[in-house]
Design a protein around this ligand. Structure first.
Ligand code: SAH
Length: 278
């Protein structure tokens, strides 16, 4: 364990008065030991992107987490700083070169703990392990992460093997580059860091936290277009509301995500085909 253990997240806010305007990125975090993301990309201008907005953006400004981009281009070769070449064996597109990416990975590794459990190094890839809430929780519990955004046909396999880089996928579809995937992964992780969301309870109740999809939500007006909010939610009866919500979450999960439903039942010794009156 490094000094960046779990306790860090309640970190001390060190106030640093500064005369010059503060950029959101590339500055040391103001909370000691704050979670950090380093992103190797050909498009650093894509960051912080949506991460600079709303709760994640405010948390970034407060220094509850930090973001650093590492531009791959300056590590390229020749006058044009080429970073890619044609695929060995032929075929369409270009492949990011192992030697060039290796230099960027070395630069990103500076100042990070060598322990991969504390600081995973991840390449975004459609071939990777599917990203999920459990992975977001694991990442949030560490000190930070280094993310490698692919482009074109992807990355030379040797650099992934050499550095034992984990591959992580956002889902079964193909994006043009890893930047959007990196932002999604960072967003899901950062919101689990204490104090990033105003109300921490909301990460405990929402979809996937208990292995279920979330129950339906409603707000004012009480009747809209002839549709009323389910009566129980207006009853003020907390136990009945909790029951209703759990029942709805179970019903939705059973209907929409049989895979999650089976796992949920298996963990509770329940029969997934039982027809309970929900
Ligand atoms: N030829 C590759 C796709 C390359 S897409 C293949 O068929 O597997 C270019 C880059 O976009 C990838 O290197 C990766 O970094 C990113 N990317 C595309 N789809 C993604 C997904 N579903 N999840 C995460 N990253 C993805």
């Amino acid at each position: 364990m490094t000094g960046d253990g779990p306790g860090r997240s309640h970190g001390r806010l060190t106030i640093s008065a500064s005369m010059r305007p503060r950029s959101l990125m590339d500055e040391p975090p103001r909370v000691r030991g704050a979670w950090r993301a380093k992103v190797i990309t050909l498009f650093p201008e894509a960051f912080p992107g949506t991460l600079g907005l709303s709760l994640t953006g405010r948390a970034l400004e407060l220094g509850l987490w930090a973001l650093e981009t590492i531009d791959l281009r300056p590590f390229g070769e020749g006058r044009h700083r080429n970073v890619d070449d044609t695929p060995a064996g032929g075929g369409a597109g270009m492949v990011l070169r192992a030697d060039i990416l290796d230099r960027a990975i070395a630069a990103a590794a500076e100042g990070t703990p060598p322990d991969r459990a504390a600081w995973p190094v991840i390449a975004l890839s459609p071939r990777g392990r599917p990203f999920d809430q459990a992975m977001a929780r694991r990442l949030a519990a560490g000190a930070g992460v280094t993310l490698i955004c692919g482009r074109f046909e992807g990355i030379d396999q040797r650099v992934l093997d050499h550095h034992a880089i984990e591959e992580v996928s956002l889902g079964d579809f193909v994006l043009t580059g890893g930047e959007i995937a990196a932002q999604a992964l960072i967003d899901a992780t950062v919101r689990l860091i204490p104090r990033v969301l105003g109300n921490q309870a909301s990460t405990e109740e929402e979809s996937f936290s208990a292995g279920l999809l979330e129950f339906p939500q409603y707000t004012k007006p009480a009747v809209w277009n002839g549709r009323a909010i389910p009566e129980v939610l207006l009853s003020g009866h907390h136990a009945r509301i909790a029951d209703w919500r759990r029942d709805m979450a179970e019903r939705l999960t059973k209907e929409r995500r049989p895979d999650l439903w089976r796992a949920y039942c298996a963990a509770r010794d329940r029969d997934p085909v039982e027809d309970r009156e929900l």
